[in-house]
Ligand binder design. Structure first.
Ligand SMILES: [Fe+2]
Length: 653
């Protein structure tokens, strides 16, 4: 459907007419305008509200303070909440606005306009359309990448591909996009952070004004003098679903669409590596006088590991437990920036902090998919569950070290993976930033794939040059037996996910994942030295399918006593027969027992409490009207009913 057709179809909502060409012209006008009294909206983007089927948030910025900033949708006028902040280094004030739009119909297209009394485009305000999430179990598509940057190459780590990456999202017309951290690298351009964010926001608007872009913070969202963890720029620009954890709103959150629970995390809280704001020297970083902040000396880094005091991990366990206890949830998909399983050679690699804190929870609650960024490439793991002990080696000494290497439940790359048996990790740091990292590690001793792993805090190190510091590299390596596929041709791509709640003959839910890549886009391929340029064409790199048992089948197995509490067969030892070396220990093999159960001890558990973004209780069937001819037995089940009773419930609905 063309944009014009969408607009025509949305006419009954009271749409303000606009065309793509007039929107582009208006954007050009906006870019050239600046002034303290200019309330013209720019950097317009959407996020999901508390329930994606009925609510979105429209957010934007303006060069100056806006007078009566507002969104018009149909006959409704919704005032926006102003949320300004002053950058802690440049002293520049940034004006942002957020309008919560609720009461929408599921699966419906709406047109909206953004304006203010001092909008320079008041005669023809910015307008666009969006679609709400479908109600109940329905197929939908989403896309993902991280590490986007801006197309303005005046900024460190910005690159022209970031414009093509945004256009690639639009070309796939997803319901929404997951942006996996390192949004624009403003903290690498510390004296001009608001300008970098502005270029990022205006580049994104091409897509993010038409569909929600849901972000998570990365190491490059951590900025000096911008809040306790440096997230003021990020948090000011985004309104995200409420995690109900005081003091950490927007840091992590969840939302629910159909049969999928999406969980967005801030891995800055758990990783060992120190890769956030940093002053390498030899000069200090001196904020402008109006900020009142003293200079930041060379060798200073903003290291935030552990900042939530465990509250993020406790929230994660509550959220995952509630999700897996909900019969209407098939899939749990986690988004975070840093990587538990990456084998990029020039990149950061993997981090033990994530493996210690979160992978046992992903195992316990059968997280299906983890989407990361951070390393600027594409890598896919086999499904992993549990960990191989003592599989790592210290880089400095060669001594054995326990990297908690994720254990693959299969090493056959069949193209179809049952993620109830293991979690698939995807590295998607392939957005648009400069410095592609699509070269991967190999163990020269045995030719196996090799990954770097951070196992301890890697703080800045003084170099041979006086007052110049560098970052510590990863301190360990391991054979990356979990690595299934690595794209060596380009560091740029986009992953497209098609969620099928179970419309096929077997009624089995599935997610088809297709990774598209931009061959030739590497400015310099890190492995070959081949030079390229930003490339608009994204072609298919690979496609694979994730499957799970049907929930009804799962419930029958539970009732028959065939499964343990967490869906693992009683007495089944995860990873048996897949031990790489004889005598090697495998940790966390007995899920829900032993080591994993220990982790939960003493932690508050709120079983049955709905997590944020979950709006359907187990058994609730509202919104699940079956389409004609649809196999109703696979619709949302009611607890305590057998399959025949289920059919009756749904058919009466
Ligand atoms: Fe990163």
């Amino acid at each position: 459907m063309s944009r014009r057709q969408v607009l025509a179809g949305a006419g009954s909502t009271g749409l303000l007419a606009a065309t793509a060409s007039s929107a582009r012209a208006a954007a050009r006008t906006r870019r050239s305008r600046a002034g303290a009294s200019d309330g013209t909206p720019e950097q317009i983007h959407l996020t999901w509200g508390e329930n994606p089927a009925t609510s979105v948030v429209v957010s934007w910025a303006s060069p100056g303070q806006a007078v009566r900033p507002r969104v018009r949708i149909g006959q409704r006028v919704i005032p926006a909440e102003p949320r300004p902040y002053t950058d802690g280094i440049s002293g520049a004030t940034v004006w942002t606005y957020h309008a919560r739009v609720g009461g929408l119909r599921p699966g419906a297209t709406y047109a909206y306009a953004v304006t203010a009394d001092n909008d320079g485009d008041a005669a023809d305000p910015f307008s666009a359309t969006f679609r709400t999430a479908p109600g109940g179990r329905a197929p939908f598509r989403f896309t993902s990448f991280g590490d986007l940057a801006t197309p303005n190459t005046a900024w460190v780590l910005s690159y022209g591909q970031s414009a093509y990456a945004v256009e690639a999202v639009e070309s796939f017309q997803p319901l929404f996009h997951l942006l996996n951290g390192d949004l624009c690298y403003a903290n690498l351009n510390p004296t001009v952070q608001p300008e970098v964010w502005r270029d990022f926001g205006n580049n994104n608007q091409t897509s993010a004004a038409n569909r929600p872009w849901m972000p998570c913070p990365g190491n490059h969202e951590v900025e000096f003098y911008n809040g306790p963890q440096g997230f003021a720029s990020y948090l000011t620009r985004y309104t995200l679903p409420d995690n109900r954890v005081p003091g950490f709103g927007g840091h992590w959150y969840s939302f629910r669409i159909g049969s999928v629970l999406f969980v967005s995390l801030d891995a800055d809280d758990v990783v060992y590596q120190d890769a956030a704001a940093f002053v390498a020297g030899p000069a200090a970083l001196t904020p402008v006088a109006s900020t009142g902040h003293p200079p930041i000396q060379p060798g200073t880094s903003f290291y935030v590991r552990g900042y939530s005091g465990g509250s993020q991990t406790a929230w994660l366990e509550r959220t995952l437990a509630a999700g897996r206890a909900d019969e209407s949830v098939d899939w749990i998909i986690v988004q975070m920036h840093q990587c538990a399983a990456s084998s990029s050679a020039p990149g950061n690699g993997s981090d033990l902090g994530i493996r210690q804190e979160w992978l046992p929870l992903f195992d316990r609650y059968q997280v299906d998919l983890v989407l990361s960024g951070h390393d600027h490439d594409y890598e896919r793991s086999f499904p992993v569950r549990g960990a191989d002990a003592d599989a790592g080696r210290e880089v400095a000494t060669g001594a054995v070290i326990n990297t908690l290497r994720p254990h693959p439940v299969t090493t056959t790359d069949s193209g179809v993976f049952d993620t109830s048996q293991g979690t698939v990790h995807l590295i998607l740091g392939c957005g648009g930033t400069d410095a592609p990292l699509d070269e991967y590690g190999t163990d020269t001793a045995d030719g196996k794939r090799q990954a770097k792993v951070f196992t301890r805090a890697g703080r800045p190190i003084l170099t041979a040059t006086p007052d110049v510091y560098t970052r510590a590299a990863a301190d360990a390596v391991e054979d990356a037996i979990w690595s299934a596929r690595r794209d060596t041709s380009t560091g740029y791509g986009i992953a497209v996910f098609d969620v099928d709640p179970g419309s096929g003959a077997d009624g089995r839910p599935s997610i088809t994942v297709t990774h598209h890549h931009a061959v030739g886009a590497d400015p310099v391929n890190p492995a070959t030295g081949t030079k390229g340029a930003p490339a608009p064409d994204y072609t298919e790199f690979e496609t694979f399918r994730l499957v799970r048992p049907t929930r009804l089948g799962h419930r029958r197995a539970l009732r028959a006593g065939l499964l343990g509490r967490h869906g693992v067969g009683r007495g089944q030892r995860i990873g048996d027969a897949q031990v790489e070396r004889p005598g090697q220990r495998i940790e966390h093999r007995l899920l829900g027992q032993g080591g994993l159960a220990q982790r939960g001890r003493g932690q508050r558990r709120d079983r049955g409490v709905l997590g944020p973004g979950q709006h359907q209780r187990p058994g609730q069937v509202a919104g699940h009207a079956p389409a004609p001819g649809r196999q109703v037995r696979h619709l949302h089940p009611e607890p305590g009913l057998d399959e025949a009773q289920q059919r009756g419930v749904v058919e009466r609905a």
